[in-house]
Design a protein around this ligand. Structure first.
Ligand code: NAD
Length: 264
């Protein structure tokens, strides 16, 4: 157990279960002495999140649906009254109607598009504004994105468009909050089998393709995303803001299929 995050308090939004990327980041921060609070979406997930939080000694476990402004206000009010301040924020939340995470992007209807971009992009802006108000002594914020923001991935569709907007919002908020000593970054994670990922069409094929064609010739784990998250949330990265940091076995640099990889 290390001390890199000793004395720091962080809010983790987006744990659904022990396979969640948010849980990988939370575990890495807890192992370095951070004190953590968690939010969950709905009662069904509370049953999963509460025991995980208990296991690392976290006492603050709060409901927060990010499509609901009043729920966000209530969660941040409670953090303010319990802790008085906040040092870091993890936003690992994404959602789109899975009916449209297959087929063609062009067929996305307006309501599905707006709901997807609200939860997958705007929610980071909405929680960042509330978190920044609690980060008096500076802080670090982190969100999660995917290569589908930069390049076309089959089935990722409106999530790719939402992630592109999310990445742009990281840069705008890094500029907005820099003078307050608050840093804003994103991790662009390679594909990992989680609850959210299971909604994406042909996800198993995407996992296999990445494994065969990434420079490291394997997929990444939530612990590896956790390690990079720990760096971005800690003072080790004190000079870094507005960055989209790839944790994807190097897949983002590949321009063509690995000729040595078998056909799948
Ligand atoms: P996950 O299913 O474990 O986590 C997604 C979380 O989003 C869940 O905890 C869910 O409750 C939460 N959420 C959805 N709608 C919400 C709402 N309205 N209010 C509050 N919370 C809500 O899956 P994950 O893969 O760990 O996803 C975390 C983040 O990582 C997402 O932004 C996802 O797009 C991103 N990401 C995932 C992968 C991957 O392959 N798994 C790759 C790159 C980026």
């Amino acid at each position: 157990r290390g001390t890199l995050m000793q004395g720091k308090r962080g809010l983790i939004m987006g744990v659904a279960n022990e396979r969640s990327i948010a849980w990988g980041i939370a575990s890495a921060c807890a192992a370095q002495g951070a004190e953590l609070a968690f939010t969950f979406q709905g009662e069904a997930l509370e049953k999963r999140v509460r025991p995980l939080a208990d296991g690392i000694g976290s006492k603050l476990v709060l409901p927060c649906d990010v499509s609901d402004d009043a729920a966000m206000d209530a969660a941040f009010a409670q953090i303010k009254s319990e802790w008085g301040g906040l040092d870091f924020l993890v936003h690992a939340i994404g959602w789109a109607d899975k009916q449209y995470l297959r087929g063609r992007y062009i067929d996305t209807p307006r309501d599905a598009f707006l709901q997807g971009i609200d939860i997958s992009c705007y929610s980071f802006t909405a929680v960042a504004r509330r978190a920044a108000a609690l980060m008096g002594a500076g802080g670090s914020m982190l969100t999660l994105t995917y290569l589908g923001a930069e390049r076309v991935m089959p089935h990722y569709n409106m999530m790719g468009v939402a992630k592109a907007a999310l990445e742009a919002s990281v840069r705008y908020m890094a500029a907005d909050l820099g003078s307050d000593g608050i840093r804003v970054n994103a991790i662009s994670a390679g594909p990992i089998k989680t609850l959210a990922a299971s909604g994406i069409g042909d996800f198993r094929y995407i996992l296999k393709w990445n494994q065969l064609n990434a420079p490291l010739e394997r997929n990444v784990t939530i612990d590896e995303v956790g390690g990079a998250g720990l760096y971005l949330l800690s003072d080790l990265s004190s000079g870094v803001t507005g960055e989209i940091h790839h944790v994807d076995s190097g897949y983002h640099l590949v321009g063509m299929k690995n000729p040595a990889a078998p056909d799948i």
